[in-house]
Design a protein around this ligand. Structure first.
Ligand code: NAD
Length: 485
């Protein structure tokens, strides 16, 4: 359908000379979609050299002019919104509504980055000493590498690209080799209609080897990475050891606390959307639900009943609420983890294994699963499952629930459902997570806030989005100035 994908280097579509390729199939239908080549070291070098060559002229383009390209990007993405969302569904497996949601959140970052002329402003102090003034200006870094995961093929590249370009950097993007089609399609649109100068925005396809070559390239000054924690940790250490600026977002295991006073129906709905949205393949999926006191009796039966009714199927079909997981390997891994959870003493209240969807026999189906009594510190407690599995735990008090939640090694998101302002305040104050939801299932920050993972979920200092992105993609220069008569 999309053939053999090409790199986009220096404003040209370039076929890869790579012999290594990966075939991409629709995870619901099994239909063959594309072949993605794994860039050779030389191809990575060509992309970085093109970006480095484009940098001196691009940084001279005034920010108000650079943002005009961003307005154009937004216009193209809005026009092609439905088509792009459909491509996301086909290569990833999520539902059309979820794909539309992801693209909307991506476009939001373009909108925020169009404010760069203001966001990039420095500051000024007159008369720091007699007749001496001092001011701070921000300047771009050079070539930025953007390396992204499979689960949000459009949104995550768009967390970075608009800010990096608007601040005057040039970019080499390496999308996930598991979902490379969406950004290829988007780059085709940009190529045809946005008219960025050649080399300003480049795309190379490949796996971890291409990513590593990119990180190691001497002309790459900064690395924006999103993926799993073992890789994020390596990327952070590798880039930092070479003196590069790096932000590396990793995995998650998000706790969600339900207090006995929580609003029942709305909480059940929000919890399910959080756990099973994107079939659980999202770094902001609630994964461990901790009920406090009587919340156990009130909520557990309702959660089980509602999860059972979730409509599973192909994301492009009407009325479907949850798609397949992305690959046969993902499915096997998730099923293995469920088994492991049972062996460690958790009880299966709902077993989604062995699922099928009529008409889609080749799909990687798992239905909503619920494991009750997850032991603290065990595999399910510490491992990101990245599938439609809810782990349940129970605590007598809010204090105990917060203590349990804070033992999780990750800190991407944590949520509480309650009608008590005092409980919510205590939770917000003490919980060790960077994105916090209060009566919200998926606490995804808008683009004008930073995406603030903590602990094992993030390696670095400055996060994606908003002012953090502007800080990350610029270096400050402080000028102390005096004029003699
Ligand atoms: P992954 O770590 O397997 O791959 C991510 C990217 O890293 C891909 O582009 C891949 O090609 C590249 N890569 C692989 N090996 C590498 C290496 N040795 N060096 C450098 N790059 C390498 O992750 P995935 O399975 O594609 O994505 C899912 C993971 O991403 C989950 O753990 C999820 O929680 C996480 N994620 C985190 C956030 C967040 O904001 N914290 C957002 C989305 C996804």
């Amino acid at each position: 359908m999309f053939g053999r994908l090409m790199h986009y280097i220096n404003g040209e579509w370039v076929p890869s000379r790579a012999r290594k390729v990966k075939e991409i199939f629709n995870p619901a239908t099994g239909e063959f979609l594309a072949k993605v080549p794994f860039a050779t070291r030389r191809e990575v070098d060509e992309a970085v050299r093109a970006a480095a060559a484009a940098f001196p002229a691009w940084r001279e383009v005034p920010p108000v002019v650079r943002t005009q390209y961003l307005f154009q990007m937004k216009a193209v993405l809005e026009r092609e919104f439905d088509e792009i969302a459909r491509i996301i569904v086909q290569e990833h497996g999520k539902t059309l509504k979820e794909a539309q949601g992801e693209l909307r959140r991506g476009i939001e970052n373009i909108e925020v980055a169009t404010g760069i002329p203001t966001l990039m402003q420095g500051y000024y102090a007159e008369d720091v000493a007699r007749g001496i003034d001092e001011y701070l200006i921000r300047q771009p870094l050079g070539v930025v590498a953007v390396i992204t995961p499979f689960n949000f093929p459009a949104m995550i590249p768009l967390w970075f690209i608009p800010y990096a370009l608007a601040t005057g950097n040039t970019v080499v993007l390496k999308p996930s080799e598991r979902t490379p089609i969406t950004m290829t399609y988007i780059m085709q649109l940009f190529d045809e209609e946005v008219g960025l100068p050649p080399g300003v925005l480049n795309l190379i396809h490949g796996n971890g080897d291409a990513a590593t070559a990119l990180i190691d390239h001497p002309d790459v000054k900064a690395v924006s990475f999103v993926g799993s924690t073992p890789v994020a940790r390596k990327v952070y250490a590798r880039a930092a050891a070479q003196g590069k600026r790096v932000q590396a977002q990793g995995s998650a295991k998000n706790p969600l606390i339900i207090m006995p006073d929580a609003a029942v129906e709305r909480t059940v709905q929000a919890v399910l959307d959080s756990v099973y949205g994107n079939a659980g393949q999202r770094c902001l999926a609630a994964s461990l639900v901790i009920t406090v006191g009587e919340a156990r009796e009130i909520f557990v039966p309702r959660l089980v009943e509602a999860a059972q009714q979730r409509v599973v199927g192909y994301g492009l079909d009407e009325g479907v609420e949850m798609g397949p997981v992305n690959s046969a390997e993902s499915k096997a891994r998730i099923e293995r983890l469920i088994e492991e959870g049972v062996k460690e003493g958790a009880r299966l209240l709902l077993d989604g294994r062995g699922a099928s969807v009529p008409g889609y026999e080749k799909g990687h189906w798992i239905r909503p699963t619920i494991l009750d009594g997850v032991p603290e510190g065990g595999t399910i407690f510490t491992t990101e499952i990245f599938g439609p599995v809810m782990g349940l735990m129970h605590a007598d008090t809010l204090d105990e629930a917060i203590r349990i939640a804070n033992r999780i090694p990750y800190g991407n998101m944590a949520n509480i459902f309650t009608r008590s302002g005092a409980a919510a305040r205590t939770f917000r104050h003490r919980i060790e997570a960077g994105n916090v939801g209060i009566n919200i299932g998926v606490a995804a920050p808008m683009a004008f806030f930073p995406f603030s993972g903590w602990k094992e979920s993030f390696f670095g200092d400055l996060h994606a989005q908003d002012r953090h992105a502007v800080e990350f993609y610029t270096q400050t220069k402080v000028v102390v100035e005096r004029w003699f008569d």
